[in-house]
Ligand binder design. Structure first.
Ligand SMILES: Cc1ncc(COP(=O)(O)O)c(C=O)c1O
Length: 390
C-alpha cells in the first residue's frame, strides 16, 4: 500500500486535551493565539503508526504487557540505517520520557551536591533535572558568534574539573545546531580527560536539514562506556503523548545504576499502545519521515527568507536540525515580559520565551514551525503587521 502524506492539511486539535491548543487560555491568557510553542507537530503521525494502534485497539484487553523483542530489533535497525550506529541489544533500556531519564541519570551518576554541566541556552528541564535532584548546576554558556552558536571548549574544560557529568543536547534545542563530528570529538576528549559521564539527549536526531548530518556521540567514541544516549521516536514521528523512549547504555554498571534510580519509584514503561507505536514508527515510518523532512525544510527556508526580507528588527539563524526556530528579537528593544505580551496581544502568537532556556535566551523567542505552511505564513504576516505598528 502506498500512503499519501498531506502536511498541508490543518487538523483541528482543539478539544483533544492537546497541551499545545487546549492550554492556551491558561498559559497565554488568550485562547486564540496561534500556538507555536511546545515541541509537538500539527501533522498526523505516520499512517503505519496509527494503523498499528488501531489494530492493537481491536483487541479488547489491555492488561500488563511485556517488551516485545521485535521492538528492540526495529530500534537497532533504524539507528544502523539512519545513523550508521551499531547498538547492541543489551545496551537498550526502555524508559518513560527523556526528561525522566535526565532525572534518573542525575540520581544515578552524581551525588547530592556534585555538579552537572549544562550548556545554555538549553531545553529548560536540563536545569530542573539537576536542581530537582539536589545536584549542583554548572553552566557552560554557548558562544553566540557571527557564524552561529558554538561550544565554549575552554570554559568547558574548566567546568569539567569540578563536575561529574554533562548533559549534552544534540541536536541542540533551542538554537538548532547539529553538532559536527569535530565538535563532538573535542567534547569527547575533554570528557575523557576529566572522567565525565555524558548524557547525550538525541531526541531530535532524526530531524536534520539537508547539508547536515547527525552523529550519535557514542558512535564517535573509542570507548562509549561513559556515554548514555537518550533516543526516542516521539519528536521524529509526533507521538510524544505516548511517553516512551530508550536509553542506550553500553556499560552494564551504568545500566544497573539507572535501573536502580527508576526502580526506587517502580516506574514501568510497558504500555501496550506506546510499545506498539514505538515499534511501528521505527519499523515502517521512514517514508513518512523523508516526506516530512522535505516539507519542514521548505518551511524553514520560507521562514528564513521571510524574516530576512520583511522583519529587519529580528534575526534568525536557520536551524540545522529540529523544527524549532530561534528568533533573535533583541532589536525590538523590549524586556522579556513585554516581548511575550507583544507577541500575544499584538501579533496573536503563542511562542516560547527565550528566557525560559536560561539568561542567555533573554530577548529571544522560540517558534515551532511544525504546522502547515499556510499557518506559518499567517503567523509571520501577523508578526510583520504588529511590528509595523510599534
Ligand atoms: C531536547 C529535548 N529533550 C527532551 C524532550 C522531551 O522529552 P520527553 O517528552 O520524552 O520527556 C524535549 C521536548 O521538547 C526536548 O526538546
Amino acid at each position: 500500500m502506498t500512503d499519501h502524506f498531506d502536511f498541508d492539511h490543518l487538523i483541528n486539535r482543539e478539544g483533544t486535551h492537546s497541551l499545545k491548543y487546549d492550554a492556551r487560555q491558561s498559559l497565554f491568557n488568550e485562547s486564540e493565539v496561534i500556538p507555536m510553542w511546545v515541541a509537538d507537530m500539527d501533522f498526523a503521525a505516520p499512517p503505519a503508526v496509527t494503523r498499528a494502534l488501531a489494530e492493537r485497539a481491536k483487541h479488547p484487553i489491555v492488561g500488563y504487557t511485556t517488551e516485545p523483542e521485535s521492538l528492540f530489533e526495529a530500534l537497532i535497525e533504524w539507528h544502523q540505517k539512519r545513523h550508521d550506529w551499531e547498538i547492541q541489544r543489551e545496551w537498550i533500556m526502555l524508559c518513560p520520557g527523556v526528561v525522566p531519564s535526565l532525572h534518573a541519570a542525575a540520581l544515578a551518576f552524581a551525588q547530592v551536591n556534585e555538579a552537572i554541566i549544562v550548556q545554555p541556552p538549553v531545553y529548560f528541564p536540563f536545569f530542573s533535572a539537576v536542581k530537582n535532584t539536589g545536584r549542583t548546576l554548572i553552566e557552560n554558556q554557548l558562544l553566540l558568534t557571527s557564524s552561529g552558536y558554538k561550544i565554549d571548549f575552554d570554559h568547558l574544560e574548566a567546568c569539567a574539573e569540578q563536575a561529574k557529568m554533562l548533559f549534552l543536547c544534540s541536536p541542540h534545542n533551542p538554537v538548532g545546531r547539529v553538532w559536527q563530528a569535530e565538535e563532538l570529538s573535542q567534547l569527547l576528549s575533554i570528557a575523557n580527560r576529566h572522567d565525565l559521564i555524558i548524557l547525550s539527549d538525541e531526541i531530535h536526531a532524526d530531524l536534520i536539514y539537508p547539508g547536515n548530518r547527525h552523529r550519535p556521540l557514542a558512535s564517535l567514541a573509542h570507548n562509549p562506556s561513559n556515554i548514555i544516549t537518550a533516543v526516542a521516536p516521539s519528536k521524529t514521528f509526533n507521538i510524544a503523548g505516548l511517553n516512551l523512549s530508550a536509553l542506550i547504555v553500553p556499560d552494564p554498571r551504568h545500566r544497573l545504576a539507572i535501573a536502580q534510580a527508576f526502580e526506587t519509584l517502580h516506574v514501568n514503561v510497558a504500555n501496550p499502545f506506546s510499545l506498539t507505536a514505538f515499534e511501528a514508527a521505527y519499523r515502517d515510518g521512514e517514508a513518512w519521515l523523508v516526506a516530512l523532512l522535505n516539507y519542514l525544510s521548505s518551511t524553514r527556508d520560507f521562514v528564513s527568507d521571510y524574516v530576512s526580507t520583511h522583519l529587519p528588527s529580528i534575526k534568525l539563524m536557520a536551524p540545522e536540525g529540529t523544527y524549532l526556530v530561534w528568533l533573535d528579537c533583541r532589536g525590538l528593544g523590549m524586556t522579556d515580559t513585554a516581548l511575550k505580551q507583544f507577541l500575544i496581544k499584538q501579533a496573536g502568537l503563542g511562542l516560547s520565551s527565550g528566557i525560559l532556556f536560561g539568561e542567555a535566551g533573554s530577548g529571544f523567542m522560540r517558534m515551532n514551525i511544525a504546522t502547515p505552511q499556510a499557518v506559518v505564513a499567517e503567523a509571520l504576516t501577523r508578526l510583520s503587521q504588529a511590528i509595523k505598528q510599534i
